[in-house]
Design a protein around this ligand. Structure first.
Ligand SMILES: Cc1cc2nc3c(=O)[nH]c(=O)nc-3n(C[C@H](O)[C@H](O)[C@H](O)COP(=O)(O)OP(=O)(O)OC[C@H]3O[C@@H](n4cnc5c(N)ncnc54)[C@H](O)[C@@H]3O)c2cc1C
Length: 384
């Protein structure tokens, strides 16, 4: 850490604000500035995929505004301010109105929705939801309309399918794989989740890709790769997130899928750190809340002159498909092994063992979810 100059955090998502809170627990003196391109409201992003069924407007999901956060954190929060460039030699940030010097810089700049590879301009009515503003725009666009086509059947697409169907909308899901959440859970576990969503009225078009979206009267017509068409009022694209690495790359920092950091959350520049969706910690890119909370606690200590390595305990993910409860502790990317699946109907239990019989992950649905705690005790830490 630096002895001089303010600590600047780029980003006021869960990573940026939680880091600021942790810093303030250890140091109430250091000048602290948070910069965000959005309006700086504090909200919990996981609530975006349960808000429709609860009838929540974007404003109702916001917990604090930027000014309140600034007061609470004894910090300056610069909202609606895009960081254009990081000059790591001069240790300054470039924004529209000038330059800001920093002592230490933390990049907590999140990720963006992967653009649809449609090869033509995406028409109005095709949106993604990755922040509170997106959620508000999507809700607004859906006013008085009913038919939603979701492109993508990963974790986020599946959660929105459940929530929008519960919210009374007509939902169709199109995805190229033959199962929900491929890569995360085995197909025997995906099947009861799909069946439960179908019970809610969701229609699936799996093994199919959208090749074009055409304006069609007041709605949209999605053209699939088998020549069929789906009519919708609104399209929700949920085909994944890409870490925001451009600021870091242009500053010459090492990047892979995310901004590469060591266990001290330090980038290849000793005065620049990264955490949250933008970061790749020791080669692991984990776009979930629990990892970023662990990173925030460790980094706050490092920035307060008590260097601390981050460690990751077992961090299962509760997938918000209440139609069929699902909890997953995915095997860490380096584990090699096989899934074995038992159970029937909605209650499936999948265990991922390596060649030596060591448990590295699980996926549980329905009543099998109750085995979560007992299985957690058998799993190795994600980053010991
Ligand atoms: C719908 C949905 C549901 C989810 N549900 C769960 C869940 O149930 N459980 C779970 O563990 N995880 C869940 N996640 C993932 C989790 O919410 C994210 O991992 C986490 O919120 C990421 O926080 P972040 O602060 O890293 O990024 P973000 O929240 O994306 O924040 C990025 C910040 O950086 C700012 N920024 C970016 N570039 C610039 C720039 N150049 N200049 C200035 N500011 C900039 C943005 O304005 C923003 O303030 C969900 C994600 C989504 C989308």
């Amino acid at each position: 850490m630096s002895d001089t100059g303010p600590l600047i955090i780029v980003g006021t998502g869960l990573a940026g604000y939680n880091l600021a809170k942790e810093v303030r627990k250890l140091d109430d003196q250091r000048e602290l500035i948070l910069i965000t391109a959005d309006d700086g409201r504090f909200y919990s992003k996981p609530l975006l995929s349960t808000g429709f069924a609860k009838g929540k407007q974007a404003d109702e999901l916001a917990m604090q505004d930027a000014a309140t956060m600034a007061t609470q954190l004894n910090a300056r929060v610069m909202a609606h301010t895009q960081v254009l460039k990081v000059d790591s030699q001069a240790r300054t940030l470039h924004i529209q109105d000038g330059e800001l010097p920093y002592g230490d810089l933390v990049l907590a700049c999140g990720a963006h929705a992967r653009p649809l590879p449609l090869g033509e301009e995406t028409p109005d009515g095709v949106l993604s939801i990755n922040d509170l503003g997106d959620y508000g725009r999507f809700r607004q666009a859906l006013q008085g309309r009913k038919r939603v086509a979701i492109i993508g059947a990963g974790l986020i697409g599946s959660e929105f399918a459940n929530d929008l169907a519960l919210g009374g909308l007509e939902v169709q899901v199109i995805a190229p794989d033959e199962q929900l959440m491929p890569g995360l859970i085995p197909d025997q576990v995906a099947a009861p989740v799909q069946a439960a969503l179908e019970e809610l009225g969701v229609r699936f078009h799996l093994g199919r890709s959208v090749i074009a979206v055409h304006p069609d009267g007041s709605g949209l017509s999605l053209e699939l790769d088998d020549g069929s068409r789906i009519e919708a009022d609104q399209v929700l694209s949920a085909i994944g997130l890409v870490a925001n690495t451009s600021l870091a790359q242009e500053a010459g920092l090492l990047c892979g899928r995310g901004i590469q950091v060591d266990r001290f959350l330090r980038t290849s520049d000793p005065h620049i750190y990264a955490l949250g969706d933008c970061a790749e910690v020791e080669g692991m890119q984990l776009m979930y809340v629990m990892p970023l909370m662990g990173c925030a606690r460790a980094l706050a200590r490092t920035l307060s002159n008590e260097p601390a390595e981050v460690s990751y305990p077992v961090m299962p993910v509760m997938v918000k498909t209440p139609a069929c409860p699902l909890v997953v502790s995915p095997p860490v990317t380096s584990s090699k092994g096989l899934w074995t699946v038992t159970g029937e109907g909605q209650n499936m239990k999948a265990l991922f063992h390596d060649a030596d019989g060591v448990l590295h992950g699980y996926a549980l649905t329905g009543s099998a979810v109750s085995e979560k705690l007992q299985l957690n005790r058998q799993l190795p830490a994600w980053l010991a």
